[in-house]
Design a protein around this ligand. Structure first.
Ligand code: AG3
Length: 280
């Protein structure tokens, strides 16, 4: 049999990842985007939205564990969590590992992503039926505007900032999040890579700094995202975020108290990065 290849259409990366594919499991078009599920011999199933690989079964933990567990452990008792995007359920799965979480609301604009994930990605969508989960199919940017002093932690698990996801990186959006968070709340958003998207990272960090008193940046390496050195912007109203505030009791593959601390960039390098001194 001849090899079949899938070439990713990443909107911002200067390279194109090319995957060997053993099967196309699903191809469809929702109201918002093209959705594909591919089978790869190396990575397991891939979820592809508008030509961009969002996750693979093999390495998804490297992203979801960092996105969820860093802010959730920086908070002393997160009970009420909001996830914007994340329709595959991977972030929700990690959030609900915390027994202190009483309610996790997942707001994804695209119901079809959730349906596809339930059908093809059981290890990610496994928490949708948890009694603490509430799924809302709405625009997250719209949804959050109705809340004030409501959530302990907000997580933005969005696609790249193009099209409908772009507003989720603006100062206006961060002001809505700030209002929706309790007085000691924490926000984390996935914010692209250091290598290929540094301008974007700096812009988002500056937008956050206009709104939140404590802003920081942590990273993990995600082999399937072009740019690899992936960033998460974290903004906090009250708590410092560089060390966990609670014992790590959740089962994880990579996240630990030690990895939490090492995920943050050294202070001096972080400052150089944001000031534009780090250039290549
Ligand atoms: N959301 C962030 C994916 C960003 C991928 N971008 C890229 N490869 N250029 C992932 C959704 C998983 N819950």
């Amino acid at each position: 049999m001849k090899d079949v290849f899938f070439i990713e259409r990443d909107p911002y990366a200067p390279v194109r990842h090319c995957y060997t594919i053993s099967k196309i499991l699903y191809e469809g078009k929702s109201k918002y985007q093209e959705i594909m599920v591919l089978e790869s011999p190396e990575f397991g199933k891939l979820l592809v939205l508008d030509g961009v690989v969002q996750l693979d079964e093999k390495y998804e933990f490297l992203y979801h564990e960092y996105l969820a567990h860093v802010p959730l452990h920086a908070h002393p008792s997160p009970e009420n969590v909001l996830i914007i995007g994340g329709g595959d359920g991977g972030t929700l799965r990690e959030v609900l590992k915390h027994s202190c979480v009483r309610r996790a609301v997942l707001v994804d604009i695209d119901r079809e992503v959730i349906e596809v994930s339930r059908r093809f990605f059981p290890t990610l969508s496994c928490s949708f039926d948890d009694t603490r989960a509430i799924v809302v199919n709405e625009d997250g940017y719209r949804y959050i505007q109705d809340y004030e002093n409501e959530f302990d932690v907000v997580l933005v698990d969005s696609t790249d900032p193009v099209g409908f996801a772009h507003v989720l990186t603006t100062e206006e959006f961060f002001r809505f999040v700030h209002r929706a968070l309790k007085e000691d709340g924490i926000l984390t958003a996935q914010t692209e890579s250091i290598h290929y998207h540094l301008d974007m990272v700096v812009k988002i960090q500056n937008n956050l700094k206009k709104v939140f008193p404590i802003v920081d940046l942590y990273t993990s390496v995600v082999p399937i995202y072009a740019g690899y050195w992936w960033t998460y912007s974290i903004a906090s109203k009250k708590y410092s975020v560089r060390t966990p505030r609670r014992a790590v009791e959740v089962p994880t593959k990579i996240y630990s108290e030690e990895m939490h601390k090492y995920a943050f960039l050294p202070e001096n390098f972080y400052r150089r990065l944001l000031s534009g001194e780090y250039k290549y």
